[in-house]
Design a protein around this ligand. Sequence first.
Ligand SMILES: [Zn+2]
Length: 391
Amino acid sequence: MHISVQFGWINVKLAFIKMLATIRMKKIQIILLLLFSISAFAQKVTYNHIVDSTDVETKEVMILFENYLASNHQNKEKNKFWNLEEQKEHRNFDFLESEFQPSLYMGFPVHILSMKFINEICQIKAQFSYCKEDGSPYVLAIVNYVAKKENGTFKLYNALSSNKQNWECTTVGIVDFYYPSYHKFNYEKAQKLNDFINVICKNFGVKPKPFEYYLADDYDEIQELKGFDYYIGMGGQSKPSGKATDDKVYCGGLGEYYPHEVFHVQIDEHFPNKHFWVSEGIATLLGGSRGKSLGWHIKRTNLYLQKHPEIDLNNMLKLTNLDSETSYHYVLGGLIAMKIKDKGGWSLLKEFMLSGGTDEDYYNAIEEHLRINKSELNNFIREQLQIESEK
Ligand SMILES: [Zn+2]
């Protein structure tokens, strides 16, 4: 699915900027063309009914949260409003920030719904939304943070850090698996995932890195664990889906073996100079997409393209989603990665990962490695999809 939403003007203050925000969610990709008027320095914070804002600790947490939102928390430098412990362990210490592109903090006004104290710990519930011209609210997300004292002063914490303590944890190899108590842990699949990691790391010449792997039957259980009460894109049919950050993998519906996202967490950071289609293609070749193999996606893409001769694959990088199951960057990126691996094995795949980040770089790499010019892609890809579909 592909939805374009044109927003109206939001009257906050200061500079008018035009922002193209791509929100990659679990099931759909939503392109939001945001026409914002936001303040570059202060994110507007309002409050629903707060039980007692004269209470010293409540006031302290309110100021802390407002200061954090106003601080430059996206520059990855030390932030005095966030706890030190998480900042030491994680380069991207605020786990919710990267849930949206360009960021959760892209300028939506923040409305605090509640602040609940249990003993010395405060749970902050915040809504990121704005009011549309017709008066209806547009809600990006409702998220939770934790504030508790570190060396006598309130600091912010990720909700995930405390919520995960209520989940089971089993370590197999270099992976810490977190899962809900109803789940029966599958050691065989956990071992298979470690074997996959060893194979890809060896072939791409990188050192395997320990990481946390969160799994549940449905992806929204993981979203809740991270601190989401609501996010745009929530709901719909439950399908396998996953997401990788720099040191975590979250996945729903596939248990202990979700290799696609694990490819991203292990390999991507070592090859920064690559096109998006290169890494998505290789991840799909090695680990499938949305719970289905590359072969499965190739078969249905082949049938679809036969019915749509007008689709021009010479400009394939302009294409996004075929439907809610298959995206072009996975299936065609995967086909190209397969042809490159067939031609030159792992070492050529590795070279492909270094071939540059622009669209031109991607087309040039195909020409260099497969001897297929951009103007021949439409014929070549349709032909190869047919050949692979018959296998
Ligand atoms: Zn991916």
